[in-house]
Design a binder for this molecule. Structure first.
Ligand code: KG4
Ligand code: ZN
Length: 335
């Protein structure tokens, strides 16, 4: 079964064709980062306009690369939530038009479910149940995936998402947007123990994260050193910040795995590209005899192939929509 998929929830306009939820027949991503970088973050108004300009070309290219016509696919899947509303609306309306004119079923997909499904492409043998750490620019969750379309949130961030924590601290260090990947590269050459930042105390759930304390500590350290005229050892700072974020994530994730009895662990979302997170989880899972999965690097960030993968499983489950489908800026992954 072939699913045509569209993704436009943030600053990437993407389209793809995916077969049976696992095999990518084509995948096209038009990034807008070059436009947002001068503002240090995504400007929603610009993002929506750029999706409008790019989407028809991206859709045509994805069909051409797969050597298919829209009539050849079985359904049209689209990211309908969560995300920037002006961005989501472009993809949702384009998908509705395609589905209507081609007479195909329309399948709304939750963006974070798509990030999880990137793993089904990278690991064709992977099946639920598993415990997933979903870490993106806008969300950080520990999710129990009991089936392809059945999920429960075990832990969540109380403030910033993991990606935001990287991006905001990177910004204070003068790194370009999006800071996570630049911080990761810089950190490779630094001493992760050069600076120690406070470990957050989160009352209530032991599986919840908090990154605001880390962010404040980093900003204060940088300001103090700048005031005293001390040069910031940028590589050491990046390595220390990265280690703190990764420690917070892995501690909570492994505690949840132990308490909920999961031995198959999965990483998903833009931050799953982080090299220390991948290395540390590989080591910790090997020590415990756990299975670990994470997507290939090209599927960690936003793309439409992951939406086509999840769209397949949603379609099998009968989760289609009619022409009244609307985009939503917020919606839980539990649906
Ligand atoms: O999932 P994603 O592409 O978009 C959202 O759905 O939000 O995630 C983007 C986030 C950004 O915050 C970016 O800085 C972060 O993922 N990111 C990384 C790395 N690559 C991307 N963070 C840390 N290390 C990386 N290598
Ligand atoms: Zn994303």
């Amino acid at each position: 079964m072939k699913i045509f998929a569209i993704e436009s929830s943030c600053d990437d306009t993407a389209a793809a064709v995916v077969e049976d939820g696992r095999k990518v027949l084509s995948s096209v991503v038009a990034s807008q980062v070059f436009r947002h970088v001068e503002f240090g973050g995504v400007v929603p108004e610009i993002a929506g306009r750029m999706h409008c300009e790019a989407i028809s070309g991206v859709v045509a290219e994805a069909l051409a690369q797969a050597k298919l016509n829209i009539q050849d696919v079985d359904a049209v899947a689209v990211t309908a939530y969560p995300g920037l509303i002006g961005s989501l609306l472009v993809g949702v309306n384009f998908a509705k038009g395609l589905a209507l004119t081609a007479g195909k079923p329309l399948v709304p997909v939750h963006h974070l479910r798509g990030h999880i499904a990137a793993n089904y492409i990278s690991h064709p043998e992977l099946q639920p149940p598993f415990l997933c750490l979903v870490v993106s620019g806008g969300h950080s969750h520990i999710v129990e995936v009991s089936d392809y379309t059945s999920m429960r949130i075990i832990g969540r961030t109380r403030d910033d998402a993991a990606g935001e924590a990287f991006d905001k601290t990177a910004r204070t260090m003068g790194l370009p947007y999006p800071g996570g990947v630049h911080m990761d590269k810089l950190a490779e050459g630094g001493d992760p123990n050069a600076f120690s930042f406070p470990v957050p105390k989160v009352s209530g759930s032991p599986y919840d994260f908090s990154f605001s304390g880390l962010k404040t500590a980093v900003i204060n350290t940088i300001h103090n050193m700048t005031q005293k005229g001390i040069d910031i050892p940028r590589e050491d700072m990046a390595a220390s910040v990265r280690q703190s974020v990764v420690n917070i994530l892995t501690d909570r994730f492994l505690l949840a795995a132990k308490d909920f009895g999961h031995r198959r662990l999965v990483l998903a979302g833009g931050v799953s590209a982080n090299s220390l997170l991948r290395r540390r989880m590989t080591q910790l899972c090997a020590e415990r005899g756990f299975e670990l999965y994470y997507p290939e690097l090209s599927l960690c960030g936003d793309n439409a192939a992951m939406i086509g993968a999840q769209g397949y499983f949603e379609f099998l489950q009968g989760n289609t929509a009619d022409m009244s489908l609307n985009a939503r800026a917020e919606r839980s992954i539990e649906l």
